[in-house]
Structure formats: structure tokens, C-alpha cells
Design a protein around this ligand. Structure first.
Ligand SMILES: [Zn+2]
Length: 232
């Protein structure tokens, strides 16, 4: 998603005290848990950029909670919810992601199976055109099976959900009510956008595949999930 420039310094809100470990606990705690009604829960491994002083993150807890809440809202119809599984701090020079090599470097050595790696950075530059992006689903150029999501710390609240759509195999679409449709439009109102029904079907199929190959491991799976697995 393109991003017409923003006053990033305005995002410097959170100043954490105590040890780094305490700070990381604090950043995960306000985030919404996987919804109780969700048949399957999948963990997010968050890697968080800090400001140059190393004591404050480039995002706020409220922003992070909003991204995860939006992801859970949009994926409710798919039957999967997300929650923070781990948090880790990025290095001091990793908050600005400019090149393809930068994107590779973020996840290489950090990617692991079982959960979805998400990198929250300060700035994410477009590598195909001038300007910045709000988010990207990125495949390691040395191993396309290794992939992760990068989100800029001031992204619109549904950007994580959009990139998770790519993670679960969706391309951009032309459905008027879909968050995968990047075409500017006034109707229907953005508050009604989510995943279109055919997209939900594809998302469910991808989820089942990723759980069966253990690319993703459910942190919670109810009986409904097992019956879903039996369906073709
Ligand atoms: Zn996209």
C-alpha cells in the first residue's frame, strides 16, 4: 500500500521504563487476545523497531492493539484469530527498511515455522516506485517458503489484516467490499469492507493447508476445527 508521507515523529508517544524484557511484556499485553469464539488461533511473532534512543518503540500499544483487533474482526468469518505469541526487539538500524535486501535481512535468521512473523518498523520504502508503503507481505528471495509481514508503525488500522490476506494466499482483488481491493473508491463505505465471500473461501483453504503442513500451529483449536479439517 502506498503512503503519501507522514509525520513519523508524531508517533513517538510511548516511553517505556524498566528493563527491555518488561518493556516487551508491556507492548504485548494491551493487544487483544484471540477471540473466544474463534475456532482456531494462530500466534504472531512480533519484532518491534525502536526509536534511535533504544528505549521507546516506533509504534504505540494502542496502534498495535488496533491492528490486531482489525485483523481479528476481518478474519472472524474465516474462523481464525490472531494473538501475540512472542515479542522481540529489532536492532537499532533495522527500523528503516529501504531495499529488498533490507526486507530479506529482517526475517532471515528470525523466521521460524509455527507462527506468523510480523515486523513493525518505523519506515518502509517502496522498492518498485518512489515513496513509502504501509505494509508488505515479503518472501525471502533465497527461499520463497520463508515469508513474513512488514508493517510501518503509522499504517492504517486494517493494513495488518490486508497483509495477512496475502499471507493466506490472496492476491489483490476487484471486489468493491474487499480490503484486498486497492482501487480508490467511495462506495461502499470503508467501514463495510472486509474479505469478499470467495476470498473467505480461499482463506479457509489456505489456513487448512498451512495447519496440515504445520507451517502454522494452532495455539488453540476447538472441536469445530477438527470437523473443518475433514471437509474438502
Ligand atoms: Zn497488498
Amino acid at each position: 500500500m502506498s503512503w503519501p508521507g507522514a509525520n513519523i515523529s508524531a508517533a513517538i508517544v510511548l516511553v517505556l521504563s524498566g528493563t527491555a524484557a518488561q518493556a516487551l511484556d508491556a507492548i504485548g499485553r494491551p493487544s487483544p487476545a484471540c477471540p473466544a469464539t474463534s475456532p482456531v488461533c494462530v500466534g504472531l511473532r512480533l519484532h518491534l523497531a525502536t526509536q534511535a534512543d533504544g528505549t521507546s518503540f516506533t509504534h504505540t500499544p494502542e496502534w498495535l492493539a488496533g491492528q490486531i483487533a482489525e485483523a481479528n474482526r476481518h478474519f472472524a468469518g474465516v474462523g481464525v484469530g490472531f494473538e501475540v505469541a512472542e515479542t522481540a526487539r529489532l536492532g537499532p538500524n533495522e527500523g528503516t527498511v529501504v531495499t529488498r535486501a533490507d526486507r530479506d535481512r529482517l526475517g532471515r535468521g528470525r523466521w521460524r515455522r509455527g507462527a506468523i512473523s510480523v515486523f513493525i518498523v518505523q519506515r518502509l520504502m517502496d522498492v518498485d516506485a518512489p515513496g513509502e508503503r504501509q505494509g508488505v507481505h515479503w518472501r525471502d528471495r533465497k527461499d520463497a517458503a520463508r515469508r513474513w509481514i512488514i508493517v510501518a508503525a503509522e499504517a492504517t488500522d486494517w493494513v495488518l489484516a490486508h497483509e495477512l490476506g496475502h499471507y493466506f494466499s490472496l492476491p489483490h482483488s476487484r471486489y468493491a467490499d474487499s480490503i484486498m481491493n486497492k482501487t480508490p473508491r467511495l462506495a461502499p463505505p470503508v467501514s463495510t469492507w472486509s474479505f469478499a465471500k470467495p476470498e473467505q473461501h480461499l482463506l479457509r483453504r489456505s489456513l487448512r493447508q498451512m495447519l496440515s503442513t504445520r507451517e502454522l500451529v494452532a495455539t488453540r483449536a476447538k472441536r469445530e476445527t477438527r470437523s473443518a479439517h475433514r471437509q474438502k
